[in-house]
Ligand binder design. Structure first.
Ligand SMILES: Cc1cc2nc3c(=O)[nH]c(=O)nc-3n(C[C@H](O)[C@H](O)[C@H](O)COP(=O)(O)OP(=O)(O)OC[C@H]3O[C@@H](n4cnc5c(N)ncnc54)[C@H](O)[C@@H]3O)c2cc1C
Length: 496
């Protein structure tokens, strides 16, 4: 059943309560559809976007340039899938090999997640990512294979992007799944020293309800799941084990657009999105395929090209380099002159690059003093990038530049990276790291099964559990983790 307010809930006892109805909540609910368990999804917002709900997401930011945190997520049914791009790509094998002081960052392997990417792909409607029309897409941006560069693509299902459209099918009269709107989870009650017995929710009329449950899954987005836990930890000693790491290691991907490429003629094949079926499209990108032994030199990164308005003596406007002086930096003019002298015809592209980040405890989410209407403290998000990572970013640019030069793709200008980082928004809507997964509470907040250390029946399903953000967009991996968690819980594979 779907309820528009907790005051209408028929029953207040469930097997599993899922907090949040976004990509994570939706992928979980889809898996529990045929389960015998009674499931309740708590959604804080309404069916549509409302100021009343969205304003709860406000907070402050500091450090490197970051988007406002109430602007890059949506607090309504379907969560941030109401505003996302829909692009999905799995993490890379290298992500699962990264280490921190000699210890593996990820407690799970690439192989372990692989089958769940397939289930997640089937749920989202893009099918098996790993076998999807590969032949059509191989060597899409560059016509030849370039050693050291991996050509990849994001898949999007343009018909299934809005997850709120899927709920009517899951919550019909005879379903085991209930969904309740205007149900803001604000607190939890413990049965004993380590087990939750109920979730406290409040609607927008200041009425509170206590919902009994055997299990709770926190799936309300990277920042909000962190905010709830930080608030709860102030009142419940059960969270003492995770305090050392909770809120730390925030990373949203480091977005840099300072570089550009002047390409040799014919080197770039195609940079546009390709429709693979009526609903599914693929957008190409590439990355540097570095080895684990190079972890201290490079950062994993995703690169896509955007054609500039002008080509040098190019296909759109037949301009000589001198005529472009106003638009280009000195280095770019030098490159263009170089190419012009050689009598080449080329094109100019901007780079859109998103970098992985080495976990840094200085990059973090903390509670501020201001409170929301439910008496929960708001957050400050401090986005820090280490000097080490800035060095790795420059190395990665240089290496891509070297490979491009050697393979006659073109000449690369890095742009002013330090200046760019200091004066631009370089972080936005991929909220990872702040409830990270680890083998022990010494290094993280949830175990390999996403269960909170020290609490028997609370799991977190969100990008906040990623120990490192990868180059990849987060949502495909969130959905794969949701599929894995639901399967484990439903089959009672988890002991507690
Ligand atoms: C502009 C934009 C473009 C993006 N493009 C992409 C992309 O192309 N590819 C990609 O992989 N990712 C993309 N993302 C990121 C993607 O949207 C998120 O990774 C994804 O939505 C996260 O899913 P989630 O379920 O963890 O959180 P959300 O989707 O944010 O869902 C959280 C849900 O929890 C609810 N909630 C919050 N607090 C409470 C509470 N206390 N009680 C009850 N319910 C609560 C919220 O209302 C919401 O419904 C984009 C994001 C933005 C903003």
């Amino acid at each position: 059943m779907k309820y528009s307010d907790p005051k209408y809930l028929h029953r207040l006892t469930y097997d599993i309560v899922i907090i949040g109805s976004g990509a994570a909540g939706m992928a979980l609910a889809d898996s529990f559809y045929k389960s015998k368990k009674r499931i309740l999804i708590l959604e804080a917002g309404f069916e549509d976007w409302r100021e009343q709900s969205q304003t709860i997401y406000t907070g402050t930011t500091s450090g490197y340039g970051h988007s406002e945190i109430d602007k890059d997520r949506t607090r309504q049914l379907g969560g941030s899938t109401n505003c996302w791009g829909g692009s999905c790509v799995p993490f890379d094998p290298i992500d699962f090999e990264l280490t921190e002081n000699g210890r593996n960052l990820w407690p799970i392997s690439y192989q372990e997640l692989m089958p769940h990417y397939i289930t997640a792909g089937n749920f989202y409607g893009i099918g098996d990512y790993f076998s999807f029309k590969h032949n059509m897409l191989a060597h899409y941006i560059f016509s030849d294979n370039i050693p050291g560069v991996a050509q990849k693509y994001w898949l999007a299902n343009n018909k299934n992007k809005l997850f709120k459209d899927v709920y009517p099918n899951l919550t019909g009269n005879r379903s085991n799944i209930d969904l309740c709107l205007q149900a803001n989870a604000i607190d939890i009650d413990f049965e004993n020293s380590s087990s939750i017995k109920s979730v406290i929710v409040e609607n927008y009329n200041q009425t509170k309800f206590s919902i009994k449950t055997k299990k709770v899954i926190l799936a309300c987005g990277g920042l909000e799941s962190t905010r709830l836990l930080l608030n709860w930890a102030e009142n419940h000693s059960q969270f003492s084990k995770i305090l050392e790491n909770l809120g730390l290691y925030y990373s949203p991907h480091i977005d840099i657009r300072s570089g550009s490429l002047v390409s040799f003629p014919g080197a770039i094949n195609n940079i546009d999105s390709l429709d693979l079926t009526k609903d599914i499209s693929a957008l190409p990108f590439f990355n540097l395929s570095f080895k684990k032994s190079d972890q201290d030199k490079y950062l994993n990164s995703q690169w896509s090209l955007r054609a500039r308005k002008y080509g040098i003596r190019g296909r759109r406007f037949w301009l000589w380099p001198e005529q472009l002086v106003e638009n280009y930096s000195k280095q770019e003019i030098a490159l263009m002159n170089y190419l012009a002298k050689e009598n080449q015809l080329g094109e100019v592209f901007d780079f859109i690059v998103a970098f992985d980040q080495t976990p840094s405890s200085k990059s973090r989410v903390t509670l501020g003093v201001k409170k929301d209407r439910f008496n929960l403290k708001k957050i400050n998000l401090h986005f820090h990038i280490s000097d080490d990572d800035i060095g790795k970013i420059k190395n990665t640019y240089r290496e891509i530049g070297r490979i491009f030069g050697q393979n006659k793709i073109g000449r690369l200008s890095l742009g002013e990276i330090d200046n760019y980082l200091s004066h631009n928004q370089v972080g936005a809507h991929h909220h990872t790291g702040t409830i990270r997964m680890a083998d022990s509470a010494k290094y993280g907040c949830v175990d390999r099964n996403l269960k909170i250390f020290g609490v028997d029946n609370l799991w977190v399903c969100s990008s906040a559990v990623f120990p490192s953000p990868s180059q990849a967009n987060p949502t495909f991996t969130i959905m794969a983790l949701a599929k894995r968690l639901a399967e484990n819980i439903d089959n009672e594979k988890l002991h507690y």
